[in-house]
Design a protein around this ligand. Structure first.
Ligand SMILES: NC(=O)c1ccc[n+]([C@@H]2O[C@H](COP(=O)([O-])OP(=O)(O)OC[C@H]3O[C@@H](n4cnc5c(N)ncnc54)[C@H](OP(=O)(O)O)[C@@H]3O)[C@@H](O)[C@H]2O)c1
Length: 324
């Protein structure tokens, strides 16, 4: 997306208020105690979902979110608060194991993410990469057979695996992709460019979706990714640089989280045209991807990062190999 297109979208486009029904559906939203995930969960409950799982790392915050959703929608016993900490593979696996016991999973909306300029490690990788990238795909691939099985139960709607990415993926061309090991380079404090870390994680998500989508095309699950636009969430809580500038831009440009969350709901309801695609303003628009992503170099980068990530994931759980 060009700067002009971003400004136009922020100032003049309001994603459509969601009206599609999620009746009978079981929906998982990661990172749904605050921000976009919270407002998306509220939409799903309002839109008649049978069960909405608030997958959160802080149970008390999740319970507070559940109470707010129940009060505002007038629907009780729909939300369940489940623990999920994406900085721990054991937590991701435990969550997936628990989710297997559900009757069905119609939507896995992977929204949780962090934006930090401080370097720290989680599970041997830089934390942003662990949370936003490795654990995000670990959870998705662990739950893919369950999503598939939901389709095979003959329900009308196609199950969705939707990942919240961002237009800021265009702020980097991932110089680390040329390193012998991209993931090792990203986890090396001496080389790490933490100013670009969040945008790097969002680009990695997009590259990986583009690489795995053709491999999973027969899975019976709609895998898509979306950009919610710039929204007034708590995402910049750990942001130290240019704080006043980001705050100012947020004031004049950002969408409310309710409006941004409409794009998450749109992805969860999107049709086959969204398969493997990038959605922005609630619509499929691969033209909004950065020139790097769609370039021959971007294609090589996506193959490389996926081959590395696949190895990491299979080491965490050998079952993952069966999905690909
Ligand atoms: N806001 C924007 O302008 C914007 C634009 C483009 C894309 N996005 C994307 O939108 C998604 C949601 O972000 P947001 O803007 O709503 O930010 P947010 O208000 O900071 O919400 C992030 C959510 O992720 C959760 N989370 C963080 N680390 C986690 C972990 N280790 N395990 C499980 N959950 C974790 C947070 O839980 P805690 O409350 O416990 O920290 C919170 O619920 C992110 O993927 C972000 O990249 C946001």
């Amino acid at each position: 997306m060009t700067v002009g297109a971003v400004l136009y979208s922020q100032l003049f486009v309001t994603p459509k208020y969601p009206t599609a029904s999620f009746k009978d559906q079981t929906i998982i939203v990661t990172g749904s105690n605050v921000g976009l995930g919270f407002e998306a969960a509220r939409h799903f409950v309002r839109l008649y979902a049978e069960k909405v799982i608030l997958a959160v790392r802080n149970i008390a915050a999740g319970e507070k979110a559940k109470q707010s959703i129940e009060e505002s929608t007038g629907r009780s016993n729909v939300c369940e608060v489940w623990e999920l900490d994406l900085s721990s593979y054991a937590s991701v696996k435990a969550f997936a194991e628990r989710a297997y016991k559900l009757d069905r999973i119609d939507v896995l909306l992977e929204n949780a993410g962090i934006n930090s300029t401080d370097f720290s490690l989680a599970e041997g990788h830089e934390r942003t990469i662990t949370v936003n990238v490795i654990s995000t795909f670990l959870l998705g691939l662990l739950l893919l057979p369950k999503l598939r099985a939901t389709k095979n139960q003959g329900f009308n709607a196609w199950p969705h695996w939707s990942i919240v990415t961002s237009e800021v993926h265009a702020f980097t061309n991932l110089p680390e992709w040329k390193c012998p090991s991209t993931f090792e380079a990203l986890s090396d404090e001496k080389q790490a460019n933490m100013r670009a870390r969040y945008v790097t994680s969002k680009l990695l998500e997009i590259l990986v979706v583009r690489e795995i989508a053709p491999k999973l095309a027969q899975s019976g699950v709609i895998l898509n990714m979306l950009n919610p636009g710039f929204c007034q969430s708590q995402l910049i809580r750990d942001e130290r640089r240019d704080w006043w500038l980001v705050r100012f831009l947020m004031l004049v440009l950002a969408r409310t989280v309710e409006v941004g969350a409409r794009t998450l709901v749109a992805a969860a309801a999107a049709g086959h045209e969204s398969y493997g695609a990038y959605m922005t303003d609630g619509k499929v628009n691969n033209g909004a991807l950065s020139p790097f992503v769609t370039s021959p170099e971007g294609k090589k980068a996506q193959e490389k990062v996926w081959s590395e990530l696949k190895e990491i994931l299979v080491n965490i759980d050998p079952e993952i190999a069966k999905q690909l």
